[in-house]
Ligand binder design. Structure first.
Ligand SMILES: [Ca+2]
Ligand SMILES: [Ca+2]
Length: 260
């Protein structure tokens, strides 16, 4: 009788857990956060991967509380990458980004990337400031395959912090991106959403997420770009979407969550 009670109790508990899981809404979780506060680029950042057309290897430096890609004429692509096998297929990244130099050119670009593929020379899907700063300048790129050619306009000024964010959803087949000034309210809608298979073919999910620090090795392109407070999140969004000024409360709060 005693053993029956134990088994019965265990089953009840198991059922309760299963019911809770089934009823749970989309999980909201910050999977990774780095505020670059220790001025040391840790081993969680992969920056030494082979660069395509590596005419000039990018120079990623963590200093002054930010991560900066200093090489103005870096090769394509220029990613600082975080890889974590626990990342889900539906994944997003948001980061504060500040352009410090820029030269209008097709090769001028900076932003964020997902599903970066080590078996395809670290190419992936990217949401970028591209070519110019003031007109049809926000665009998706399937690295080395095709631009989406569905540009949006968002005025970007040098030496100014912006949040840039993208999300890719293996369930819906969509890729989404937005950008807004640090200190402004986050737009409730994405600036652009497209089927990710609609430009350059369909890539498969990977566990690599990156910051794209430009490629300026042709003509007038010349990018120096800094990043701060990178946040990688799942389909429920990050734990908090409250933007604050660089060095503000956000970094303090989230440093206690899951920095690594
Ligand atoms: Ca660091
Ligand atoms: Ca910082």
């Amino acid at each position: 009788m005693k053993s029956f009670k134990l088994v019965y109790g265990f089953h009840l508990a198991g059922m309760a857990i299963m019911l809770c899981l089934a009823a749970a809404p989309a999980f909201t979780k910050t999977l990774f956060h780095d505020d670059f506060s220790d001025n040391r680029l840790g081993p969680e950042w992969l920056v030494g991967h082979p660069q395509q057309e590596a005419v000039n290897a990018p120079q990623w430096v963590e200093d002054g509380g930010v991560l900066t890609q200093l090489e103005e004429a870096s090769g394509d692509t220029t990613y600082a990458i975080v890889e974590d096998n626990s990342f889900p297929d539906a994944i997003g990244v948001m980061v504060k980004m500040r352009l410090e130099t820029w030269g209008d050119n097709d090769r001028a670009r900076a932003g964020v990337g997902v599903w970066i593929d080590p078996d395809d020379n670290y190419n992936g899907y990217t949401w970028l400031v591209h070519e110019r700063l003031d007109d049809t300048n926000m665009e998706f790129l399937n690295d080395r395959r095709a631009w989406a050619n569905e540009e949006e306009t968002f005025l970007v000024e040098l030496n100014t912090w912006y949040w840039i964010s993208m999300f890719i959803d293996s369930g819906t087949g969509d890729i989404s991106g937005k950008i807004w000034a640090v200190g402004d309210d986050e737009p409730t809608e994405w600036l652009k959403t497209l089927p990710y298979a609609s430009f350059g073919g369909e890539r498969q999910p990977t566990k690599l997420v990156g910051l794209n620090g430009g490629s300026g090795n042709v003509g007038s392109a010349a990018n120096v770009v800094s990043f701060d407070d990178v946040i990688i999140f799942d389909s429920g969004g990050p734990d908090s979407l409250t933007p604050v000024e660089p060095g503000g409360k956000l970094a303090t709060t989230w440093s206690a969550i899951k920095s690594k």
